[in-house]
Ligand binder design. Structure first.
Ligand code: DON
Length: 302
């Protein structure tokens, strides 16, 4: 199987698709990005990283950061985390408040916004945001083997300025006793984690610890790798998670910046970026690219 040829063919196919999708518009930094960008990278157990398109262009990883904070939170709290956040698909939009009211301030899973805010609150545990963000960046840089990964402060400030809905989710959870730190502190940390920038090459490398098997770094226990993958499969694409599992068949996490991290267990860590989103807030061309990759490689887990 000529993987490089496959990646190049996918980039060519994607370029001929009629639809670009629509960029996220809730902050100007994302609204101003050209939806036509496309990058793809895969990191393999033999150490190779294959790419096509704009694989070295940095983009805002947004909700993909939730995978890394979950890994840190499980390391700090272990199973206790599951008293504060569930493990079920939500079937609702990533920023929905509906179930929080029905389910006593316990978010359905760690990948919807409410769940990710609880996870960030759990990592804070009375520490300062600077310390926690430093730990998060060290984890991501270590996993990637690349020091050149940063938070875009302008994006973080914009997230904060437009973060009313996330603040509302956090206030609601605080009212139910499910936040341990001041709402502003937890949300401020969350806004900064969403503003981390990475390229497809970096993100594919960062995801290697979730691939498992020989040749891949072991940063967390294998049982936790399995669990994070299970959550990515069930909840990583919000109310389109079933559709993604049906069409692609890989655990994956998307972000409104247009990035997707997908894991082919034992085979590869895959990162794609195309900022135009579909109706569910997931990268339109990115989803197509990973679907084609699984079709051409047979890497679906099913
Ligand atoms: O908190 C938010 O709404 C954004 N900073 C991140 C949401 C996101 O990436 C959802 N993904 N598709």
């Amino acid at each position: 199987m000529d993987l490089q040829q496959i990646l190049d063919d996918i980039a060519t196919e994607v370029a001929s698709l009629p639809d670009l999708g629509r960029v996220a518009t809730y902050i100007p930094e994302l609204a101003d990005v050209d939806p036509g960008h496309f990058g793809l990278a895969i990191a393999l157990p033999d150490g190779r990283v294959l790419t096509s398109g704009e694989a070295d262009a940095p983009f805002s990883i947004q909700s993909v950061s939730k995978v890394f904070t979950l890994a840190l939170a499980l390391g700090r709290l272990g199973e206790l985390l599951w008293h504060r956040v569930g493990r079920e698909p939500s079937g609702h939009a990533f920023n929905s408040i509906l179930q929080l009211e029905q389910e006593a301030g316990i978010p359905r899973n760690p990948f919807i916004n409410a769940g990710a805010i609880v996870v960030t609150d759990a990592i804070l545990e009375g520490r300062q945001p600077r310390e926690v963000l430093g730990e998060l960046l060290r984890f991501i840089r270590g996993a990637t083997d690349d020091e050149d990964i940063r938070i875009n402060d302008r994006v973080a400030a914009s997230e904060q300025a437009h973060g009313h809905r996330n603040m509302a989710l956090a206030q609601f959870m605080a009212a139910h006793g499910n936040l341990r730190n001041p709402v502003e502190m937890t949300c401020g940390t969350y806004f900064h984690q969403c503003a981390i920038e990475m390229s497809c090459r970096q993100l594919a490398c960062a995801g290697r610890f979730l691939v498992g098997g020989p040749g891949m770094p072991r940063l967390i226990a294998p049982a936790r790798v399995r669990r994070i993958n299970a959550l990515m499969m069930m909840c990583g694409h919000y109310d389109a998670s079933g559709d993604f599992a049906f069409n692609v068949g890989l655990p994956a996490k998307s972000g409104v910046g247009g990035g997707i991290l997908a894991i082919a267990p034992g085979r590869a860590s895959i990162a794609v970026w195309s900022p135009g989103l579909n109706a569910n807030g997931n990268s339109l061309r990115g989803t197509y690219a990973i679907k084609r990759l699984t079709e051409m490689t047979g890497w679906s887990v099913f």
